[in-house]
Design a protein around this ligand. Sequence first.
Ligand SMILES: [Zn+2]
Length: 329
Amino acid sequence: MYVWQTDTFNQIIDLQKRNILPHALLLSSDPGCGIDVMALHLANALLCENSENTLNSKPCGLCRSCKLFKAGTHPDYMIAKPPEGKHILAIDSIREMIDFVHVTSSFTNKVIVIQPADAMNEASSNAILKILEEPSDNTFLIMVSTAKHLLLPTIISRCQKWHVPIGDHNVTINWLIQETKQDENNVKLALKQSNFQPIRAKAFLDNGDLAFQQRVIDGLQQMFKRQISPVQLSTNWQKENLNQILFWLQNWLTTSIKIQTAKQGDHQVYEANKRIIAFTAKQANPESLFEFYGKVQRYNLSLNKHQNLNGQLILEDILIGWHNLIEQN
Ligand SMILES: [Zn+2]
């Protein structure tokens, strides 16, 4: 579990100790904050036979329950996830879950994790309502989501809602410095480039993405200076991580829009990508910039839904769009 999750975790465990924890919980957070890790930790704690006696209510790691949980063979635990490569949680998984609820537990509590809960389609959502409406004793349902708005209101209203915030930025910064052994400047830059999502920022630092980002910045600058065509640039990037590039491009466009609408001064932009953002804000017609931003956002959403899209074509389309945006004036 991560440092920024401890408070919420302790509050939930406190309710359990006082026997007033509701049977259905909805854990939500922004993406890239490791909420799935917290959900598993909580499931482990609710199953642990010694958790009441351990410091900070953490799972003891030593009892039968903890050992079975660690081995992935706990009979009173079930996790429902979409199959590998898919993004829909089909009704079959929910039916299995309903059967599981009716089996008597081997130890004390039973725990089900649905991850992510927003992957449930309409049929699955309606089926899960059955569990929510007829709770079983000592059975906890933990729903996890980083896109709560996609859940049916009838489901949300039947869960106790816990939004897990990132909290104090200094805590996150210190955690990243410790984890990645990088200096504070790099960590702050990585956080900023990751929309303050610590897990994404960690991956960014671990994978040497700062160098990768510099390649993207250099490429765009060459395109702005007409040293390279958008098509050639997208060919150069064909082996790079497209999702990551699009995530950055969208962030930079957002900041350009904020500068144009004076919601942000360009002094707040980090040096590394300042030229890209400031240049775009200066050159682009506001209406076209906003329209172009919408297009990049739609591409990002489609890619996040794992749709089978041709990455090379998307990148080419975006680079041509950006090129036209700054050339129009
Ligand atoms: Zn234990």
